[in-house]
Design a protein around this ligand. Structure first.
Ligand code: UDP
Ligand code: MG
Length: 308
């Protein structure tokens, strides 16, 4: 029988984990695959680990767990889980039931029968999410897809069933800054999407503040586009051209005997140029920081314990 690995990153999900597991197993029981469920405890400060280990004791051989030494973020938790997964098919699921287990049989059927390499899921609505957050998310996808060579699909979740060789490809990317939406798109393969309506989390609360999301979007931009540098370069070019014309105009006026008060004008020009330079420096710093992180070759996470 084929093996399906389910990777579940958990950060402070003591309530959700208990609700998630029975729902998942109920669906898995109806499917003709063997399963392993890999919980990654991403440095939770509540009783998440205890809850996971209790599940593992109750269902020996089915539940495995990786326990991080602190919170390293969902990307790192997914990476650890994907590395541990042995399945012919591997999927990642949130522990808050926002990735409906009921989709699993459909996805497996699609991947088996349609010759796809990956079957992903896509939220077609963002009901229950703050409006402003949805708006920013949509603008993010529009912008990033304008600049990248690979398409980053709006609403695509990390909840995707992948064949073994796709997982191996994702794992072969060794970059430190892992923006998985980008990596999944970058490795290519034939992907089909199952669309569904957004579901709200069962318990606990979202780990993503608005600013964490902005940070995440920025990471995507810096890693998958060269646009920020180019835009700054072009703006700088256009600005200096305009300034040159401005100076010539002022010079001609002065030479032909007109008087003019240039103080305010000069001050605003100086401030404007200064701010552009600062922005450019900030963007360069982003690239430098990323390069630094790559060069350091630090591990993505530290595992405290494996519970096989
Ligand atoms: N998560 C994690 N580490 C983190 C943040 C989140 O492992 O630092 C997990 C979290 O427990 C959940 C999944 O990632 O299973 C998605 O997080 P969340 O539901 O908070 O995100 P949202 O659905 O609001 O985008
Ligand atoms: Mg969620």
């Amino acid at each position: 029988m084929e093996l399906l690995s389910i990777v579940v990153p958990c950060y402070n999900e003591e309530q959700a984990v208990e609700l998630f597991y029975p729902e998942l197993v109920k669906v898995l029981d109806t499917m003709d695959v063997d399963r392993e469920i890999i919980f990654v405890n991403d440095g939770s400060t509540d009783r998440t680990l205890e809850k996971i280990l209790a599940l593992r004791d109750a269902h020996p051989g089915e539940v495995r767990c990786i326990d991080f030494s602190r919170n390293f973020g969902k990307e790192s938790a997914m990476l650890a889980g994907l590395r541990m997964a042995k399945g012919d098919y591997v999927t990642v699921m949130d522990s808050d039931l926002q990735d409906p287990p009921a989709n699993l049989p459909v996805m497996l059927k699609m991947i088996r029968e349609n010759g796809d390499d990956v079957v992903g899921t896509r939220r077609v609505t963002r009901a229950g999410e703050p409006k402003i957050r949805s708006w920013f998310a949509r603008q993010f996808y529009r912008l990033i897809n304008h600049f990248t060579e690979v398409e980053i699909v709006d609403g695509a979740r990390d909840f995707r069933v992948m064949k073994r060789y796709v997982v191996d490809s994702v794992l072969s990317l060794e970059e430190y800054n892992r923006f998985s939406k980008g990596m999944f798109a970058w490795v290519g393969y034939q992907v089909e999407y199952l669309e569904y309506e957004n579901v709200e989390r069962v318990a606990g609360e979202t780990k993503w503040s608005f600013f964490k999301l902005v940070r995440y979007a920025l990471d995507g931009f810096i890693e998958y586009t060269e646009a920020p540098m180019q835009i700054i370069g072009r703006t700088g070019g256009v600005m200096s051209f305009l300034m040159l014309i401005e100076m010539i105009v002022l010079l001609v006026r002065a030479l032909s005997g007109h008087t003019f008060s240039g103080t305010v004008l000069i001050l605003s020009c100086v401030l404007f140029m200064g701010s552009i330079l600062m922005l450019a420096l900030g963007i360069m710093a982003e690239y430098l920081l990323k390069t630094y992180a790559e060069v350091r070759k630090r591990p993505h996470y530290i595992v405290k314990n494996y519970y096989e």
